[in-house]
Design a protein around this ligand. Structure first.
Ligand SMILES: C[S@@+](CC[C@H](N)C(=O)[O-])C[C@H]1O[C@@H](n2cnc3c(N)ncnc32)[C@H](O)[C@@H]1O
Length: 348
């Protein structure tokens, strides 16, 4: 036994345990509006923050102490302040780096523990719909800031000739659209185009419809319950898969259906979690987050469906290329990337 190595590993575990506990405190801070109440950057006492948010002052003090110990807020002379950079990540939903909403995804991992244990002892199947609802809203809130920052400004322009079609009037399908964050963002940017969002999870489709109405695009967006192999054909100019292909039991079947329903010169936009092709490439902070979430959500969802390929959330470009080649696509390339996502383009 190497004591130095043991100490190093214990330090790592304590850091991770603290990180997990801090994520629980982020969920609470988000729900109670504590970060938003501190977003102006003015120093506050616990009592002032408690009064402003109608919360218990003693618990607010303890919560603030934890935030200060973690470096989420600054503490001085009994007052606490949320710096601008932290406010971007924790308080401002319009910021491109807002991650606090995504902490609810982590809550679902804990809340659904019993179901995962049963799946791991059994056939590995745990469908998306069986998860706690905080997964569905957490996914929307985790992904939307990235879509707002990159989808219209960078990802669509990285595809060959797609923006021109969207500007003049294209037909677009968003498969596995969840709460429709990506669909609504595209519809807002391209008023001449028609958008169809499909997902097999009926409650998500209901919420997506509400989002389209809230953002004034319900006249050009239709949300419908449909599987990735069952949505109606329409000669789509663009078919999108945002962070969902790897969740599917039969990604080859889904890609084949896209091939059949795409216009002859149409494009598939495939957005997947950033990953290299080998485990060694993904042994980093982003890789461990996605592998862990994939164990609880993506892979068991895939195993709950026909074929049950179980690509996993760290499939990597080479594996994804194989899926599209097997489905009949002849062109496949990495259009662009972000630290969180691979943006891939497939053509017939
Ligand atoms: C990680 S979520 C991504 C949701 C959305 N695209 C987004 O980026 O916010 C994966 C989505 O895929 C959907 N899904 C999984 N398997 C599916 C299938 N076979 N057919 C249609 N939708 C599916 C789930 O219901 C879920 O909404």
């Amino acid at each position: 036994m190497n004591e130095a190595k043991l100490n190093e590993f214990m330090g790592k575990l304590v850091t991770d345990m603290g990180g997990a506990a801090m994520m629980a405190s982020v969920i609470v801070g988000e729900e109670l509006g504590l970060y938003r109440a501190m977003a102006g950057g003015d120093p506050t006492t616990p009592e002032q923050l408690a009064e402003r948010t109608s919360c218990n002052p003693r618990l607010i003090r303890e919560w603030l102490n934890a935030q200060a110990a973690a470096g989420y807020v600054e503490a001085s002379d009994g007052r606490f302040r949320l710096p601008e950079e932290q406010a971007m990540a924790l308080a401002n939903e319009d910021s491109p780096v807002y991650v606090a909403g995504g902490a609810s995804v982590l809550a679902s991992l804990c809340l659904d523990n019993d179901k995962l244990v049963a799946a791991m002892r059994g056939d590995g199947a745990l469908s998306w719909s069986e998860h706690h609802p905080c997964l569905f809203s957490g996914t929307e809130r985790f992904f939307r800031p990235g879509y707002r920052a990159h989808l219209v400004a960078e990802w669509l322009p990285a595809l060959d000739g797609v923006v021109r079609k969207l500007e003049t009037g294209a037909t677009v399908a968003d498969i596995g659209c969840g709460h429709g964050a990506s669909t609504v963002i595209m519809a807002q940017a391209f008023p001449a185009s028609r958008f169809f969002g499909f997902d097999f999870h009926a409650p998500s489709i209901d919420t997506a419809g509400v989002r389209a109405a809230e953002r004034g695009v319900a006249d050009r967006v239709t949300f419908e319950v449909a599987t990735a192999k069952g949505y109606p054909a329409h000669d789509y100019d663009l078919i999108c898969f945002f962070d969902c292909l790897h969740d599917m039991g039969d990604p080859v079947g889904a890609a084949r259906h896209a091939h059949q329903t795409l216009a002859p010169d149409g494009t598939v936009l495939l957005v997947e979690p950033f990953a290299g092709d080998r485990l060694d490439d993904n042994a980093n902070p982003i890789g461990r987050l996605f592998y862990a979430a994939s164990t609880f959500v993506c892979t068991p969802n895939s195993l709950s469906q026909e074929v049950g390929l179980g690509l996993g959330a760290q499939a990597g470009e080479a594996r994804l290329r194989d899926v599209f080649t097997e489905a009949g696509f002849t062109r496949f390339r990495r259009a662009t990337e972000t630290p969180f996502n691979l943006i891939l383009e497939a053509r017939k």
